[in-house]
Write a protein that binds this ligand. Sequence first.
Ligand code: ATP
Ligand code: MG
Length: 426
Amino acid sequence: MSYKLQAVRGMHDLLPGETCRWRQVESLLIQVLETYGYQEIRLPLVEKTELFKRSIGEVTDIVEKEMYTFIDKSGESLTLRPEGTAGCVRALIEHGLLRTPGQKLWYQGPMFRHERPQKGRYRQFHQLGVEVFGVPGPDADVELIAIGWRWFRRLGIEKKLELQLNCLGSLGERRNFREDLVAYFSGHLDALDEDSLRRLKTNPLRILDSKNPAMQDLIEGAPRLLDYLGEASRSHFQGLLDQLSALGIPYTINPRLVRGLDYYSLTVFEWVVPSEVIAQGTVCAGGRYDTLVEQLGGPPTPAAGFALGMERLLALLADSKTPVQAPHLYLIRVGEQAQEEGLKLSEWLRDVFPDLRLVLHLGGGTFKAQFKRADRSGAQYALILGEDEVTKGYVSIKALRDSQPQRALSRDELLVFLNQLCKQPN
Ligand code: ATP
Ligand code: MG
């Protein structure tokens, strides 16, 4: 018996109706990054498992439960990347790029996490990541946030998102906080779930990141990391807040924000949808990771970055229309001679107008059948080559989106017409 082959659970096809919109959004995001002087880096989808254990942290949801890890044919433990920062840092160290200070990079592509699939949470999802290396001050944090703010304004969704900030301080500050946190949770052992009981011993800060609704009241009452910060951390955080205010970028401080990865220090931030407009409200998240490069064997290099979740961004944009790039022309050809004439005409028009979106009808059929296909393609005009057109050396053009009458054009008139058409926005 045959069974229907299906995609892996939580991994999705992007169909032609969606890809166009994705590309439009991606190109806007990338264009903004380029105006800020960020350069693309392309990284492998697979890395050694050890890289993620040493960077994200052994006692995190990602490393404990979510990684796609396998032994390859040479007996090596490899993992499909669950995020991009670790691989990016690995590449910079490996290629000695950190000798050039102030690297500003972006990357995009699929990430893999074995999570419970639900709306806004997939096992293969896409991130656009942005990273700055070698800048210790809050000006790097501010620039990363300003990029997000510019993206969201360009996309017209800045009012739907809230920027949440917190400061995680330094390792030493977190150590003091950790002691008090353990004391607090130890006084409420019966209210801790299984994960949190385990983490109390291994990585108590992670309890604050729990998604379990039953734990939220307890977490709310826990000590606040912000109260444990020393002078240097406080002044970094204040510098960030001041510069955001100077730029008029609104923010809220969320003292419970810890993020799901261990490598963060000082600033952490998330862009979240406060209301239930989309499932899984965090669209974009990141922060500073000043010790990670050294931890992975590189020279001491402060760094900061964030990743934008593309599926969640696209879900948020779903109600605002971005126009699909419909073809300008659909070329209909009927009759023996029109086949070759039409083919040559279409290739010649592509030579003359590199931006012309022209669909050549393939596979024959009657005028009626071809017109139907032209209409369905969304094209603005049908360009028609029948027997009469070929014999007399002209082309007919018919508007498909309004009721202008069909017209006959000489080749020269066609060029003038298409010149105008290609200049119109979309
Ligand atoms: P969450 O708290 O929602 O699990 P996270 O803290 O694990 O997110 P990061 O690792 O910081 O997320 O990834 C940055 C962004 O990538 C998230 O804000 C989100 O937009 C997106 N993202 C993360 N995991 C998924 C997933 N499984 N499916 C879709 N998008 C995701
Ligand atoms: Mg997660």
